[in-house]
Design a binder for this molecule. Structure first.
Ligand code: AMP
Ligand code: MG
Length: 351
């Protein structure tokens, strides 16, 4: 069985093709980026509409898979930005109708977890899922991926991008902050916001903004290289310590032996080091999703589609369980679900 998966929840339009054993045959994408500012939903939507056909064509050409070889079409049904989600949903519905193949909507967050489990070989991890819009600590219990802790405001990726915007780093800023932070030496104290298992980042952003303003006032409107490195270093130390602390608390409370790091921010070198060190201290295994599968991509959607399909999940059954918005505007069962939470999905494929 071959599944074609379409990702379009936010900045990336991706098409991946995965076989029944979870092997990634191709993983093509086009990502919306800017030199300044963040993701503007309409701009990202225009980007996806422009690149959709090109990405699909590349996926087919580079894998040698023909449209007639495809058995299943999966698409990211939510959560995400309404406009961008629709760009992928329209392509998915069209392909499904033309090819007369089943269509399956996938929860994007769960796809990040499943591709991480597949590549790590972990069966039952505590997952730290860190991406642009979402940041959650997840573990499987009683049929669903339960949220043990999560951000109370923005995802850590969006936080890093917003912080980077204050420094004019463009979008996405996360990889640039990762590099600049390596040159930082002095810790600039910032708020440390964690309550039990949940955490928040907006206060830290305001706090960092104030430090940047003070630096500009002191320095004729400019930011010195030393300050730039130190503030990136301090922001990373603070927010990644928060995430590591919450993950450690989760692993201490539930009887799991594996920690999985997945999502776009999983590519961060410092976060990986902090979690690896914590896992070593606790005597549990730690693995990170490979970089090419860390950020949003179509292969993870295809893989999650295969898992659900094999477990006999059908689109109509699934949609009845999930809340539907704007359903009247779209093909009934495949309406996008902008606020589809990880813990609303019955993960019947997990053994
Ligand atoms: P996703 O939404 O899962 O595709 O993740 C995208 C987010 O990952 C963006 O906010 C990026 O800034 C962030 N990101 C990517 N690479 C890194 C990195 N090396 N360090 C920190 N954040 C990163
Ligand atoms: Mg994502």
């Amino acid at each position: 069985m071959i599944c074609l998966g379409i990702e379009s929840t936010a900045h990336t339009f991706g098409v991946g093709i995965v076989d029944e054993r979870g092997r990634v045959l191709v993983n093509e994408r086009a990502t919306f980026t800017t030199e300044s500012g963040g993701i503007r939903p309409y701009k990202a939507f225009e980007h996806h509409v422009l690149f959709a056909e090109f990405v699909l064509k590349n996926a087919l050409q580079n894998s040698g898979v023909k449209l007639s070889d495809i058995d299943l079409i999966a698409f990211a049904q939510g959560p995400g930005l309404g406009l961008t989600l629709r760009s992928g949903a329209v392509m998915a519905r069209t392909l499904s109708k033309l090819l007369k193949k089943q269509l399956i909507g996938v929860n994007h967050c769960i796809a990040h977890v499943e591709i991480g489990k597949q590549t790590s070989g972990f069966k039952d991890p505590i997952t730290l899922y860190v991406s642009g819009a979402n940041t959650q600590i997840l573990a499987f219990a009683a049929g669903r991926y339960r949220v043990f802790g999560e951000t109370l405001d923005t995802g850590v990726g969006n936080f890093l991008d917003n912080f980077g915007r204050l420094l004019g780093l463009g979008f996405p800023a996360g990889p640039k902050i990762d590099e600049l932070a390596k040159l930082g030496k002095n810790y600039i104290p910032l708020n440390y916001t964690i309550k039990g298992m949940d955490f928040s980042f907006s206060g830290i952003l305001t706090n960092a903004e104030k430090k940047i303003k003070d630096e500009r006032e002191k320095n004729n409107g400019k930011i010195s290289d030393t300050f730039l490195h130190d503030i990136c270093y301090s922001v990373q130390e603070t927010v990644f310590a928060i995430l590591t602390e919450a993950t450690e608390r989760a692993i201490a409370h539930v009887n799991k032996k594996e920690i999985l790091l997945t999502g776009g921010v999983a590519a961060n070198s410092r976060l990986q080091v902090m979690l690896a060190s914590m896992a070593k201290d606790r005597g549990v295994k730690f693995k990170v999703v490979p970089r090419e599968l860390a950020g949003d991509n179509g292969a993870m959607i295809a893989y999650a589609g295969i898992l659900a399909h094999k477990a006999k999940v059908t689109q109509s059954k699934q949609s009845l369980a999930a809340p539907r918005r704007f359903a009247a505007l779209e093909t009934k069962d495949t309406a996008i679900i902008q606020d589809w939470r990880t813990d609303q999905v019955n993960a019947v494929w997990v053994k």
